[in-house]
Write a protein that binds this ligand. Structure first.
Ligand code: SF4
Ligand code: ZN
Length: 314
């Protein structure tokens, strides 16, 4: 098969668009898609200080590399979530941290590292046993990204969410008719009092495209999947999406694009209903005098005091 744009042999076939491309034309298309997304949604400009959230996985590593390559002012933030740290160097979070550290060194890039286990006494997914691991972990990650961005004066937090993540979340939100999430799902969330602006520049690219970009550009990434991901509902929804896409190629992309059009027409992005400031971290609260994260941390502290502590069970 030949590349759609030149005579070279195609190295990737994007089935959703019936598009065979050689390496160079794939990379060009990938970069153009990210540039268009950044500009269409006014995500940031050359003068903005960007904090890019990196996990060591292919999506965030591709984003970090590309923003550096495009000359943006980028600092990466890696949060060591403490997952598998009892295995030492070969544990999931420690291995991801190694990939991220080495890449920062190779690129001469700025990197901030935060360690949840050292700071809060438990791995992020086990901070609150009443929540699912991904829910507790998500609260911790969002809190840390936001607090670092606010404390250190970053203009925007960029994450590597891809099209698969978005359509999976969208399907989950529709299955639950979760109005508040449907209202807030968008490629950009503007800054509000105490909340940093958040953007998703890879939102129109699939996992497969991010993987191919990393392979073609020689970007290292941690190949393992988080041990908690297996049981997560999202994995099931991703499988359902793979079947839909297999049967009707291009559906993912159209579904998300039409959702955005629908949303722009009928929904206004709602401002968060801020109630006050957290007495521990001073971040905005949506209820009471503690933010969601510190409410969770208070529970952890109480459990430690009463001797009811965590056993890692994975
Ligand atoms: Fe955290 Fe869940 Fe992601 Fe693992 S899969 S890093 S527990 S959000
Ligand atoms: Zn707080």
């Amino acid at each position: 098969m030949r590349c759609r744009n030149c005579e070279s042999k195609a190295q990737i076939y994007l089935r959703s668009f019936n598009l065979p491309l050689c390496k160079n034309h794939f990379i060009q298309r990938y970069i153009d898609t990210v540039k268009k997304t950044i500009s269409k949604f006014k995500m940031f400009s050359e003068n903005d200080k960007i904090l890019v959230a990196v996990s060591g996985g292919k999506d965030s590593m591709a984003l970090w590399y590309l923003l550096l390559k495009l000359g943006y002012k980028v600092t990466a933030l890696y949060i060591n979530l403490g997952i598998g740290n009892e295995k030492g160097e070969s544990g999931y979070s420690n291995m991801s941290e190694k990939v991220v550290r080495e890449f920062a060194k190779r690129m001469g890039a700025d990197l901030i590292i935060e360690n949840v286990l050292e700071k809060y006494g438990a791995p992020a997914p086990l901070l609150d046993r009443k929540r699912t691991p991904c829910s507790a972990c998500g609260i911790a990650k969002r809190h840390i990204f936001n607090s670092i961005a606010m404390q250190r004066g970053y203009d925007v937090v960029a994450t590597g969410h891809n099209l698969d993540d978005e359509v999976t979340a969208l399907l989950g939100n529709i299955l639950r008719w979760d109005e508040s999430y449907l209202k807030s799902q968008y490629p950009v969330l503007h800054a509000e009092d105490g909340f940093a602006k958040k953007v998703k520049p890879l939102i129109f690219l699939t996992e497969k495209e991010n993987l191919a970009f990393c392979m073609f550009e020689g970007i290292p990434f941690h190949h393992d999947e988080c041990p908690f991901a297996q049981g997560a509902t999202n994995i099931t929804l991703k499988r359902i999406w793979a079947q839909i896409e297999d049967f009707m190629p291009g559906t993912k992309y159209r579904f998300f694009r039409e959702f955005l059009k629908f949303k722009e027409k009928y929904f206004k992005l709602e401002e968060k209903k801020i109630q006050g400031k957290c007495k521990v971290c001073n971040q905005p609260t949506l209820a009471g005098d503690l933010c969601t994260f510190h409410r969770m941390i208070e529970k952890v502290k109480n459990k430690i005091i009463t001797g009811e502590h965590f056993q890692q069970s994975y």
